[in-house]
Design a protein around this ligand. Structure first.
Ligand SMILES: C[S@@+](CC[C@H](N)C(=O)[O-])C[C@H]1O[C@@H](n2cnc3c(N)ncnc32)[C@H](O)[C@@H]1O
Length: 376
């Protein structure tokens, strides 16, 4: 089935739903565009690379996964070298990060012996890719994090949380007599063209807005506040597991270190911005991750939180410069410039260096995790 036919089927699905039950939340729109079991973006394609819609850090350079593999090996030693240890990746894409991590981790054979790989992936197309990439390893797949067998764990998630659906709220005044409040941002059919969609506000205040960490009073009218219930639930579940069964988690994504307002919902098609409400399911849809909320959720579940730092600082602290220099010393000239470009892309402030953040959470007995200890 072609991408256009999937998109038309999704548009009909939303139109039917809206006619039957009224406007849908942004959360529902994002969840179905990305994960509808038949027509969702991730269910129907491999979206990576120059021919796809976007590129992620593990696809930019092998150095990213290698450094994360060494981080896992070192953290495993800090955990007391448990055997087995579940090495869990959430939303592993093409499996590139895991393959690079395992190759680098061979420097510590006892760690590789102890590792039991678990991938949490909802896309059948990407599961097939991961099977190819990781053909040399024994791998277990799951639909949900909760299905991974118990035990001490290392949990990695790169660009997973930005794909989890968000709710949006708009600061508004319903009438002259009413106070300002948060209304929920919804999606309705356009009355002038029933085949198009448009944003509207809920007719009354949204009770869910009471869970926002943004203060209503300090933001101008029409400000948009966001919340990611699925992300908060997942951070809580991972935190609860690590706090009881041991281990650590590393979450890398683009987003805010501190909660703030702003409409961060965006779609990408062929590496270019695309209107969020056009061709549903045909473009990637993401939103900024609110790292302070994720950290709070994990902490409430009993896990320790190890700062939120920028990706550039984190990779540099793990030895990116040295790894790049080593690869360059063995590479032909054209590859040397590719390594330099990848290094820049991962760390430069105008590329992925500062927009992308890293959050580590762990069992409370683990302190001074690699990459976080010297950062103030
Ligand atoms: C932006 S990609 C990131 C892939 C990979 N981590 C990387 O850095 O290249 C998002 C990944 O999360 C997966 N995914 C999306 N929603 C998911 C969910 N609810 N549970 C598990 N995986 C999900 C996608 O299929 C894809 O593998």
């Amino acid at each position: 089935m072609s991408a256009d036919i999937h998109s038309q089927a999704l548009a009909k699905h939303f139109a039917d739903l809206i006619r039957a039950t009224g406007p849908v939340t942004v959360e529902r729109w994002m969840a179905d565009c990305l994960g509808h079991p038949e027509h969702g973006y991730y269910i129907t394609r491999d979206p990576f690379g120059t021919d796809g819609d976007f590129i992620t850090a593990p696809e930019v350079s092998q150095m990213f996964g290698e450094l994360l593999g060494l981080w896992c090996a070192q953290t495993w030693m800090q955990m007391g070298s448990p055997n087995p240890v579940r090495l869990i990746e959430l939303g592993p894409g093409r499996g590139t990060l895991m393959a690079d991590a395992m190759r680098a981790a061979k420097a510590l054979p006892a760690f590789v012996d102890a590792v039991d790989i678990h991938l949490v992936e909802t896309s059948p197309v990407l599961r097939e890719k991961q099977k190819e990439t990781l053909s040399g390893y024994q791998v277990n797949w799951h639909d949900n994090f909760e299905d991974v067998p118990p035990g001490p764990a290392l949990v990695l998630a790169n660009e997973l949380f930005d794909a989890l659906p968000i709710r949006q709220f708009i600061k508004s005044q319903i009438s002259d007599k009413e106070d300002v409040t948060w209304l929920e941002r919804l999606i309705d059919l356009d009355p002038e063209d029933g085949s198009k969609f448009r944003f509207v506000a809920s007719p009354g205040p949204s009770p869910a807005a009471s869970l926002l960490s943004i203060d209503l009073d300090y933001n101008p009218d029409d400000s948009i506040a966001e919340m990611c219930p699925a992300g908060l639930r997942l951070a809580h579940t991972i935190g609860a597991r690590l706090a009881v069964q041991g281990g650590a988690g590393l979450f890398i994504d683009y987003g805010y270190g501190q909660s703030q307002t702003g409409d961060s919902l965006q779609a990408l098609l062929g590496h270019a911005p695309h209107p969020v409400l056009e061709q549903p399911g045909n473009a990637d849809i993401t939103a900024h991750v609110d790292f302070s909320m994720l950290a709070r959720s994990a902490m409430e579940a009993g896990a320790s939180v190890h700062k939120i730092i920028e990706q550039g600082l984190f990779l540099t602290a793990l030895g990116l410069d040295q790894r790049a220099a080593m690869l360059k010393s063995q590479a032909p000239t054209d590859v040397v410039s590719e390594i330099d470009a990848a290094h820049q892309r991962l760390t430069a402030p105008d590329q992925m260096g500062t927009l992308f953040k890293v959050l580590a959470i762990s069992h409370p007995d683990l302190d001074a995790l690699a990459g976080f200890e010297d950062i103030t």
